[in-house]
Design a protein around this ligand. Sequence first.
Ligand SMILES: C[S@@+](CC[C@H](N)C(=O)[O-])C[C@H]1O[C@@H](n2cnc3c(N)ncnc32)[C@H](O)[C@@H]1O
Ligand SMILES: Nc1nc2[nH]cc(C(=O)O)c2c(=O)[nH]1
Ligand code: SF4
Ligand SMILES: [Mg+2]
Length: 218
Amino acid sequence: MRLNELFLSIQGETSSAGLPTIFVRFTGCNLRCTYCDTTYSYYEGDAITPEDVMERIRSLACKRVCLTGGEPLIQPRAEMQALLDLLATEGYEVSIETDGSIDISKFNLHPRQRFIVDMKVPSSGMSDKMHLPNLQHLVPERDEVKFVVGDRADYEWCTALIDQHGLDPQKGYQLLFSPVFGEIEPVELVNWVLEDRLDARFQLQLHKIVWDKDKRGV
Ligand SMILES: C[S@@+](CC[C@H](N)C(=O)[O-])C[C@H]1O[C@@H](n2cnc3c(N)ncnc32)[C@H](O)[C@@H]1O
Ligand SMILES: Nc1nc2[nH]cc(C(=O)O)c2c(=O)[nH]1
Ligand code: SF4
Ligand SMILES: [Mg+2]
């Protein structure tokens, strides 16, 4: 596997926003979203073993880990599974940020491990790359489905997908909505969610408010 950066910060996104978390950012992505804020992860990074990733995680003394990238699930599958197994054995809580294009059913998650599946909207340029069967493999109450919205057409694409695939919060599906940073006024998206009485979690990327929006490693 190839590691781009590993750091301690507060979780800026998801239902765990605000909690101290170790971020493990892997190198490489199979998509190219128009708005991507992490383009430096596409190529920069060095080879590392799952055991050495664990060593660096242990040294930071925090029991919550977010695996991200780039796209974490394009790392060699056996190595990613080995890392997940080690994290479980050592009692870590793990979230995996994935881009919606990779088959999540190929990974064996342990208790206290979950997927955050970002369904890429039309303005990302990547919506036709989504692996829709993933939506059948989501575990309600555990996994989260994330929509990063750039305009009204994106928002309507999201609500149509939610309806078509039965991602009903009443059934335990956890939905996250956030704006593409700087692309749309947060209040616009909030108003749409409220108008539709959508039982979804609205969020802003906390780390871009706390630190400079372009700062790395936070
Ligand atoms: C950098 S990606 C890495 C994980 C994976 N490749 C993915 O896209 O889910 C982590 C998260 O940051 C979000 N993100 C990237 N650029 C963003 C931006 N400009 N505004 C808001 N969210 C952004 C992505 O949509 C994704 O949910
Ligand atoms: N603080 C902070 N929280 C995050 N949550 C998801 C991130 C990511 O890039 O995947 C991220 C990140 O880059 N920083
Ligand atoms: S999938 Fe994630 S890392 Fe890849 S380009 Fe899109 S936002 Fe960036
Ligand atoms: Mg980020």
